[in-house]
Design a protein around this ligand. Structure first.
Ligand code: CP
Ligand code: NVA
Length: 309
């Protein structure tokens, strides 16, 4: 049994194994419809319990399909209906029950501490489906999408992130170290990655560069990533924060600074950080990116269950 909480904690070998399995499975499903089960139904009889303490559309749907296609099933808990959220039951006891009834637990939460505590008390795998510090399923899936489109290992590509220093970027930074790819970050000076992340980058070969000018960050990029300036439950002065990011909007002009065949990715939902024209352009691969979440999360589940081929 393995957890999937932070990319930092998973070996490059295992991350690559997940991607290889996802590619094989996606190819094998070409003629199958949405709810048809993969040959061998590797997770037959298994129950994935999901809980979202924050909103979700893609993650909810993609995990639902992922476990179904592997022959298992899922149940989504509403945190407001649990004793835990009211302070009437401990994480320890909740975890004991989850482990008694279910076979894996997926959590989207506002607290990385909570994930750690669940990990401590669960005897089933826990999957982080977004926390303040990481969105590991998203980024592993995005690497799959990039390699699928570019037909090259990500280590041979220049990746650019233009936007806030948030959970998705932190997973991308961890991935850049695990998969050894060049990452340029373009952000306002006062929104650069925090000191802990900057020292993590320094201590791990440092292929990451931070620019306070979006044009410098976009130069020579094969992929340009962006994300909402205001993340879920972001308790900031929204107007003020958005004003700092005005220069960091993804426009056609900015896309032209990247390579001619550069692609645009965004985990969604979007805000005003990308021009509609770029979002709807041929360079934008956001729908393929969203759909691939199903394929990669299937292999993440198999990794957690110790069933990766
Ligand atoms: N990208 C992503 O995680 O989307 P949801 O918030 O809709 O799950
Ligand atoms: N950074 C965003 C990602 C949403 C999928 C957030 O945390 O809200």
């Amino acid at each position: 049994m393995k957890h999937f909480i932070n990319l930092k904690d998973i070996s490059p070998k295992n991350l690559r194994k997940i991607l290889i399995d996802a590619k094989k499975r996606k190819n094998l499903r070409k003629k199958l419809s949405t709810l048809e089960v993969d040959k061998g139904a590797p997770l037959k009889g298994k129950l994935l319990i999901q809980m979202f303490e924050k909103s979700s559309l893609r993650t909810r749907l993609s995990f639902y399909l992922a476990i179904k296609q592997l022959g298992g099933s899922t149940l989504t808990l509403r945190p407001d209906e649990l004793h835990l959220s009211k302070g009437d039951e401990s994480i320890k006891d909740t975890a004991k029950i989850l482990s008694t009834f279910g076979n894996a637990f997926m959590l989207r939460t506002d607290s990385d501490e909570k994930l750690k505590e669940f990990k401590r008390y669960l005897s089933i795998p826990v999957i982080n489906s977004l926390s303040p510090l990481e969105h590991p399923c998203q980024i592993l899936s995005d690497i799959f999408t990039i390699e699928e489109i570019k037909k090259k290992p990500i280590s041979k590509l220049n990746i650019t992130w233009i936007g806030d220093s948030n959970n998705v970027l932190y997973s991308l930074i961890a991935a850049s170290i695990k998969f050894s790819f060049k990452l340029n970050i373009g952000c306002p000076k006062n929104y650069q990655p925090n000191k802990k992340i900057l020292s993590y980058i320094k201590n791990n070969k440092n292929k990451v560069s931070v620019y306070y000018d979006p044009k410098k960050a976009a130069m020579g990029a094969d992929v340009i990533f962006s994300d909402k300036v205001i993340s879920l439950n972001d308790k900031v002065n929204k107007k003020k924060k958005l004003s700092y990011f005005k220069r960091f909007k993804i426009t056609q002009k900015l896309m032209k600074i990247a390579k001619r065949d550069a692609i645009f990715l965004h985990c969604l939902p979007r805000g005003t950080e990308v021009d509609d024209i770029v979002f709807k352009s041929k360079q934008s691969k956001v729908w393929q990116q969203a759909l691939n979440r199903v394929h990669v999360q299937k292999s993440i589940l198999l990794y957690c269950f110790g069933k990766l081929r």
